[in-house]
Design a protein around this ligand. Structure first.
Ligand code: 2AM
Length: 189
């Protein structure tokens, strides 16, 4: 595990776009959103949460890393083609109209792999979404057209959320490749 500069370990597993995909998302989705609808998630922070772990005791972190290394699913494509708004968390998001089976397989595999770690996990059904805007008081008045973005997902990450002045900073700690035959192995990043 890398040494953390953060006082607390707030962790989540996520699909973490590479730089090229972030540029595509910015151009084809983020810049199409009306101004002043809400607070934009920085392009560098865009991701799809697989499993939110919350604040985790330091003693559990190595167990979580081992779980990440054990989880497996084949690589898959996800097409981000649908915008949505959730009033309670007040977030506006983009997600797939169709979530591939391999995505659910990955989330299920992570949950099972984490069982020995004794964490209390969010039991709500997984809904793939990438938050684009926060603090959105009401949905946009007009329909927004975006260009669907295809994402060839070949890895997933354990990410740390660190409090910084004026917000948070996300830092990927580990990236693991997806492989049809299963098996771990950490990808360099
Ligand atoms: P969101 O984008 O829908 O808000 C880091 O905070 C990531 O974990 C975010 O993507 C966020 O989802 C998700 N997250 C934060 N708090 C959460 C919670 N209590 N339950 C589930 N996911 C959460």
């Amino acid at each position: 595990m890398n040494a953390s500069p953060c006082a607390s370990r707030r962790l989540f597993f996520a699909l973490w776009p590479d730089e090229a995909l972030r540029e595509v998302l910015a151009a084809h989705v983020c810049r199409r959103l009306p101004r002043r609808l809400g607070r934009s998630v920085p392009t560098a922070h865009l991701h799809i949460t697989l499993l939110f772990l919350g604040n985790v005791p330091a003693t559990r972190v190595s167990c979580i890393e081992e779980a990440g290394a054990r989880a497996d699913a084949p690589p898959f494509e996800i097409v981000l083609d649908r915008l949505g708004y959730w009033p309670r968390p007040r977030v506006f998001w983009v997600g797939p109209s169709h979530s591939p089976a391999a995505l659910f397989q990955l989330v299920g595999s992570l949950r099972r792999a984490l069982e020995p770690c004794g964490l209390t996990l969010d039991g709500r059904p997984f809904q793939a979404h990438m938050t684009l805007l926060r603090k959105v008081a009401r949905p946009p008045a007009r329909k927004i057209d975006i260009t669907p973005v295809s994402w060839q997902v070949s890895d997933f990450a354990l990410v740390e959320s660190c409090p910084v002045e004026g917000g948070v900073r996300y830092r990927p700690l580990h990236v693991w490749p997806l492989a049809a035959a299963g098996g771990g192995g950490e990808a360099g990043r």
